[in-house]
Design a protein around this ligand. Structure first.
Ligand code: BGC
Length: 257
């Protein structure tokens, strides 16, 4: 069984077909720059372009950087406000001619890691954190997701944490890895004090440089990089097209991890 996974981000829109049994990408991913302003129609056109480039005709799952209920974005931090209230499932299904199911980007990335990656078989509380343009969070307990958590907007020094500790903040402020590790530690420490997770999984593009900052963190919970790195969003989106991931992760949890 296959599905096309698409990850819509503040700077890029990426997609690839995915094998839903193994989580493997079936061909190299395609990345297109996010159109300026990230408004619904131009973004939908890029999604259609990606679908066409793979000559895809089948189910499509999409990760989107906002809380999503029944295909509708409830808030927009790093994309156009015009998404709020837009039914993204309908918009993308119409333009692509394929059934599209849209979910929160961090939630779906977390699903991929729970099903096939760094969270596989892990029971208890797991928090996936994606560090990119914003900070995304996905919280699992015994493999079950609590959808649409938005802890990238936790306040740090009077500002949204994602403005202080995302990868975009690191680049904007030209932070050394040491300084960034301190900043990230501050954020994760807040999360730890609120949730006492057993495991943090760090995703987003920055996860491929994990050796530079993860060893500097001082937390009680174990912290590991996402095994799919930045591709967790694509794999998870493909799973989400089926509602597949939730079933997979709960099966894993019931095996006792
Ligand atoms: C959004 C979240 C999203 C995160 C990562 C935040 O600004 O509010 O919904 O998961 O960015 O993209």
């Amino acid at each position: 069984m296959q599905a096309l996974g698409i990850d819509i981000g503040g700077s890029g829109i990426k997609g690839a077909p995915v094998n839903l049994e193994t989580g493997e990408l079936l061909s190299e991913r395609l990345r297109v720059k996010t159109p300026k302003g990230a408004k619904p129609e131009p973004v939908a056109e890029v999604v259609a372009e990606i679908v066409q480039s793979f000559k895809w005709n089948g189910p499509i799952g999409v990760g989107f950087p906002a809380p999503i209920k029944h295909g509708v974005a409830l808030m927009a931090a790093n994309v156009s406000e015009k998404w709020v209230g837009t039914n993204a499932d309908d918009l993308l299904s119409t333009i692509t001619g394929c059934p599209c199911k849209v979910g929160n980007d961090a939630d779906v990335a977390g699903m991929a890691e729970m099903a096939f990656g760094a969270g596989k078989g892990q029971s208890g509380a797991v928090i996936m954190i994606t560090l990119g343009t914003g900070i995304g969070t996905a919280i699992f307990y015994n493999g079950h997701l609590l959808p649409n958590t938005e802890f990238g907007h936790l306040q740090m020094d009077g500002r949204d944490a994602e403005h202080r500790a995302s990868d975009a903040a690191r680049q904007r402020e030209d932070m050394s890895w040491k300084k960034y590790a301190r900043r990230l530690n501050e954020y994760l420490n807040e999360m730890e004090k609120l949730f006492w997770p057993d495991l943090f999984i760090i995703g987003g593009g920055i996860s491929r440089f994990h050796e530079k900052y993860l060893p500097l963190l001082k937390l009680q919970a174990k912290v590991v990089p996402a095994q799919f790195q930045n591709e967790a969003g694509i794999v998870g989106a493909a799973l989400f097209s089926q509602g597949e991931a939730i079933k997979l992760s709960s099966r894993i949890a019931s095996r006792g991890g």
